[in-house]
Design a protein around this ligand. Structure first.
Ligand code: C2E
Ligand code: MG
Ligand code: MG
Ligand code: MG
Length: 294
């Protein structure tokens, strides 16, 4: 009865099609539209690269940046990578996206080096799809060559991949990349099913502890123990540790006590446009250096 009345009302308002609206049909339409627009979005300047600082926990400053992609869609506004990255992967646009972010980050990184900003690296996220795509290492090399950005300053953040084929592909690709001096970091560490296998078999330099582990530290004994142990394990293997999602001073000082090397999170800064990142840099810099550059 209730539903019938609603249906009638909706029809009279010309809204029939929305009455049996359910979220999927809406998101299907949005998905279709986003992917129809995707190929043009790059050349139309809708795809931006933002940078989030990585800070050393035991000292002051700002040592590195992670490049994070942003899509400013003309109709939907800012669409989050959490929504569009899976679509980009599903619809076959991943190479287009990675190339865009990579070139942009390397170009900016080179300009920063030329301006005298001294940083350890800029990292770019690499989808696990690349482990099975031909041409990924050529693409990375081309980006470095065309921009003049030194390989030692580039870090690629990879996430655990599901299948054994992907693991084999990853091993092959990462071998080629690390031989050129590129650094590799294992992102969202601890959230996959085979974190330890990846740690064991891939040539990586850094572990990025997933933020789900540090939500409730200090305070939750289980999480505290795990974080402490993962940091120890990584260090004993000669790897650096970055903790993601640091939002409070309490977390930061606890993580410093646990010897996590770097922190990344809203406590320091969210990802920001390049110009704003430069301001962060100047504000963080020790006065002597900035004096020298002027
Ligand atoms: P990720 O690589 O693990 O990046 C960290 C995410 O956590 C970013 O979300 C960042 O904005 C967010 N974050 C940083 N600090 C905090 C914090 O203190 N609290 C909370 N709650 N969140 C924090 P974002 O930019 O939305 O990216 C989400 C994911 O999308 C990334 O996770 C990455 O997997 C993927 N992604 C982003 N850009 C790219 C890209 O250029 N290529 C690829 N393949 N994936 C990308
Ligand atoms: Mg990342
Ligand atoms: Mg991460
Ligand atoms: Mg994460």
């Amino acid at each position: 009865k209730e539903a019938e009345r609603a249906l009638q009302l909706a029809r009279s308002e010309g809204l029939g099609q929305w009455l049996f609206y359910h979220p999927e049909s809406h998101s299907d339409e949005r998905e279709r539209q986003l992917m129809e627009d995707c190929p043009w979005s790059f050349s139309q300047g809708q795809i931006h690269v933002y940078y989030q600082p990585k800070v050393p926990l035991a000292s002051e400053g700002l040592v590195a940046a992670e490049a994070l992609v942003r899509w400013e869609h003309p109709v939907y506004g800012w669409v989050s990578p959490g929504e569009f990255m899976p679509l980009i992967e599903k619809y076959g646009y991943i190479t287009l996206l990675t190339r865009h972010v990579l070139y942009e980050a390397c170009r900016k990184g080179k300009a920063w080096l030329d301006q005298g900003f001294d940083f350890e690296h800029i990292s770019v996220n690499l989808s696990p799809l690349h482990f099975q795509l031909e041409g990924t290492s050529d693409m990375v090399q081309a980006a470095l060559r065309d921009t003049g950005f030194p390989p030692e300053k580039l870090e690629l953040e990879i996430t655990e991949s599901g299948t054994i084929e992907q693991l084999n592909g990853a091993t092959r690709l990462l071998k080629v990349l690390t031989e050129q001096g590129i650094r590799i970091s294992l992102d969202d560490f601890g959230t996959g099913f085979s974190s330890l296998t990846h740690l064991r078999s891939l040539p990586i330099h850094t572990v990025k502890l997933d933020r789900s582990f540090i939500f409730e530290v200090p305070g939750t004994i289980k999480d505290e123990k795990m974080v402490a142990l993962i940091i120890q394990l990584a260090h004993s293997l000669g790897l650096h540790v970055v903790t993601e999602g640091v939002e409070t001073e309490t977390q930061a000082s606890w993580l410093t006590e646990q010897n996590s090397d770097y922190g990344q999170g809203f406590l320091y800064s969210p990802a920001v446009p390049a110009e704003q990142f430069e301001t962060l840099w100047l504000n963080n810099e020790d006065p002597l250096n900035s004096e020298e550059r002027r």
